[in-house]
Design a protein around this ligand. Sequence first.
Ligand code: MV4
Length: 451
Amino acid sequence: MSEFRRVLIANRGEIALRIARACRLLGLEAVGIYSEADAGLPHLRLMAQSVCIGPTPASASYLDSPRILRAAKFLGADAIHPGYGFLSENANFADAVVEAGLVFIGPSAPIMREMGDKIAARCHMMRSGVPCLPGTEGALPQGQGDVEKIAARIGYPVIIKAAAGGGGRGMRVVPEPGALSAAVEAAREEARRAFGNSAIYMERFLSHPRHIEIQIIADTQGNAVWLGARDCSVQRRHQKLIEEAPVIGINPLIIAQLGERCAHACREMGYVGAGTFEFLYENESFFFIEMNTRLQVEHPVTEMTTGIDIVETQLRVALGQPLPFTQADVRTNGHAIECRITAEDPETFIPSPGLIHRWRPPGGPGVRVDTHLYDHYLVPPHYDSLLAKIIVHGRNREDALARMRAALSETQVDGISTTLSLHARLMNDPAITNGCVDVHHLERILGVRDV
Ligand code: MV4
């Protein structure tokens, strides 16, 4: 029923290569698509076959669902892996894939749709026993009096978020009652314009949280396990720069309890595939904010600490195989850190596409590089600026930091600006080396404000 042999990888860059490798590992054929800007990329050599699906803009290529489905038919694919970004969390795409008689490598479309609606996701988690912030039960009602009562019950400061938002889009902090009605009206209007859905909700605002997330994976037999937690607090404008596993400075028993609740929620909803529960952590408490129904950029730190190949496991569960491990088999070993090297100015973060004359990746014990780069690679200006993920694993956090410093100092990207030098600086930042920074730390040390 869910058997497949040929997987269309509906993505580009490092993650397309990562998924192609996992396909090969399992004896599956990977087939690829590329836009005009990406013609001739070497990762396509790992594909049994690939086709150009359209012009450079993502809207006419990597985001064009009908074109991707036509390419899948043409290439004889019987499954589609969406990677991250692009169509990976688009429930209508997942529906269309299944409608076309193909396997979508991810959870079912209804679950994607429910988790994509941040109000529905929050309500679902409250019912499942996953801790949530004090806030609205469902959508914020229309009446001004009701809204004021709700905010007073939650307690100021509050934050207003769009149901169709997520990832930091469409949020508004309200510090005191006098600012409430204007913020609610503005948030509704903005949500309607940006997402075509004016539904908004309200939560207690946390001013200095850490961003902690739990990786889960589940099969079609009703097994779900959590694979540890990651700390992704080092970010700027909702773009993560550094991620690590395990999480330090929080009682592992509390994290295990949280992980169990996430796995339980997955069993309850019949979740299949990889997923991530995102939490804010402040004053010794965890609060659910969002669930991601896709493979994430930072999955390697979990792979390095658990020894589990998450992409291989995604393919296995999509094939209908049971998880090849139980919760008791999952142990975390040592410490892993990932630095995202992007084609951006290390101070202004202005994108810096262009020709890379020379690419010298780092190596050595405990060093992994996930990248699609090669000498003379031309970074196109049209897509996200991720060039390479440098991931290190060490016996402990100190050891991992030392390995990352060495790996960064060895890495060479000539021809364009990259964030390599910023990462080298961050690996010597006392707050980061001590650990436990909050989500505003990076902007604080860079001297700018977000939110
Ligand atoms: C919050 C918050 C404080 N309080 N919610 C931003 C991304 C989106 N996933 C949720 N976000 C936040 N939600 C409450 N109730 C602060 C943030 C936030 C943030 C969260 C995670 C990682 C980085 C962040 C940067 C700024 C704000």
